[in-house]
Design a binder for this molecule. Structure first.
Ligand code: DGY
Length: 465
């Protein structure tokens, strides 16, 4: 009987997708052959962190394939498409981005949470062959820097330290309750019929998957309306940032931005680029400070901000994203204590399959609907990294270790699914009813692999090395 770790390796092999484009051979890992059969930005960043422990050359190729779709302005898209795959909606023909990507490569027009910098750093640190790792680094570092310049220039034009995301898909947590209020800026009645017809005709996730677990129809009208607007504006990000009806300073996105800038700063110093190293460290600190300013004592939460069309409205919703700043520098002991008590509270996050993506006692919590409550291995990983960063605090250390083991046990007993019902689980082992979304899921396998590394808890994070 193969172990879960061996099965994780099989999942990652099963989801390998090889493709020839522009006379290059690419090896990508698709998130799930059941539906997500292209390459996703933050999925691939996660896959690479698992793959480096299985086959480092695949980790390198994963990142190389991802950056192959980079636009001239530096954007690395949320999706780099595989040709001829039609399961996923919205596929390439819905984005009107052909003039930005290169030759036979096509991409979407938005991005995803910037985990890539941390991933490249992790892959470099964990590569057994240092010569191969250096070659990999010199191949990918220019693209990573260009991506960070893109994000800083176009997503933080006011130099606040906080990047703006312009589509719920960019946040990675598409239908999180955090976006319920900002999405009200888009009235469904004002969405052109042509956009609704497109969704009604081509939407596929709710047919291939279970529609009671997926985002709702009105969510999809809004998602595609934003795609329609941005493509009308010819993907001009100066125009998009100013005019998009959805524009938020997202705490989770920005926490990863700070962490990845620290990682990029370390990588620049590895290759002797000290000026760049100092620059990326400076912007990491700027973001960490700006995130700390988003802590609300009265809510005991980090607050996102709706900045669409000149507004500045904070969003106070108790979700998993409030723990993501633990990954950044300088979180005060008082805030750490407050976050620990939330994490340890059975009426909020300490459920049988922790951590729900929305607090259990939030009235909008749902057990099975995508990002409205289910436990996802990726958000557990971010919380583990944050707790690890604060491991000098004994409570963080204990919680980190227990979250590593509960995440692994969840996957051991329920399989490599996309997400899990947080209220079931250990009390009902081998219960497939606890597992939801699409199956044979790559990042679940990659995260299992990473969490199974014997020296995981010895990991020194970028600024610690
Ligand atoms: C989807 O289509 O469900 C994805 O989350 C978008 O990236």
């Amino acid at each position: 009987m193969p172990s879960t770790k061996e099965k994780a390796k099989e999942v990652l092999l099963h989801n390998l997708y090889e493709v020839d484009l522009n006379n290059n051979h690419y090896r990508r890992t698709v998130p799930s052959r059941e539906f997500y059969i292209h390459q996703w930005n933050w999925d691939s960043a996660t896959h690479a962190m698992g793959l480096v422990h299985i086959d480092p050359s695949r980790a390198y190729d994963e990142i190389i394939a991802l950056i192959s779709g980079q636009w001239d302005n530096g954007l690395i898209a949320q999706i780099t498409f595989n040709p001829n795959e039609t399961k996923y909606f919205p596929g390439p023909k819905f984005w009107n981005t052909k003039q930005f990507s290169h030759g036979e490569i096509s991409t979407s027009g938005i991005t995803q949470p910037p985990l890539l910098g941390f991933s490249i750093w992790y892959v470099y640190q964990n590569s057994p062959d240092k010569k191969a790792a250096s070659e990999f680094l010199s191949q990918v570092l220019p693209a990573l820097k260009k991506y960070h310049y893109y994000l800083k220039t176009f997503r933080d034009p006011e130099d606040s330290g906080l990047l703006t995301v312009v589509h719920p898909w960019e946040s990675g947590l598409d239908n999180s309750p955090r976006w319920d209020e900002p999405l009200k800026n888009i009235s469904v009645d004002s969405i052109p019929d042509s956009v609704k017809i497109l969704v009604n005709t081509y939407r596929s996730d709710d047919k291939i998957g279970n529609n009671t677990h997926r985002p709702g129809l009105e969510d999809y009208y809004r998602y595609m309306y934003l795609v329609h607007l941005f493509s009308e504006w010819n993907w001009d990000y100066t125009k998009i940032i100013t005019n998009s009806p959805f524009a938020v300073k997202d705490i989770l996105f920005n926490s990863l931005w700070a962490l990845s800038n620290e990682a990029l700063s370390s990588l620049c110093s590895v290759v002797g680029e000290s000026e760049d190293s100092a620059y990326f460290l400076k912007i990491a600190h700027q973001t960490s400070e700006a995130i700390q300013n988003q802590w609300s004592d009265s809510d005991s939460l980090f607050l996102d901000i709706d900045v669409s069309r000149g507004q500045h409205k904070t969003i106070s919703t108790n979700t998993i994203s409030t723990f993501s700043p633990l990954m950044t520098s300088g979180i005060t002991p008082k805030i750490i204590d407050s976050l620990i008590s939330r994490l340890s509270d059975p009426s909020q996050y300490a459920t049988p399959y922790p951590l729900p993506t929305t607090s259990l006692n939030n009235p909008v919590f749902e057990t099975k609907r995508y990002w409205r409550g289910p436990t996802w291995p990726i958000t557990n990983l971010f919380t583990i990294i944050g707790l690890h960063r604060n491991r000098q605090n004994p409570k963080c250390l204990l919680l980190r270790d227990s979250l590593i083991s509960s995440t692994k046990q969840m996957i051991d007993s329920s399989g490599f699914f996309e997400y899990f019902d947080p209220t079931l689980g250990l009390a009902r082992p081998n219960n497939q009813n606890a597992a939801y979304g699409f199956g044979t899921f790559s990042w679940t396998a990659a995260i299992y692999t990473l969490l199974s590394q014997p020296n995981l808890t010895d990991l020194k994070l970028p600024l610690e090395t």
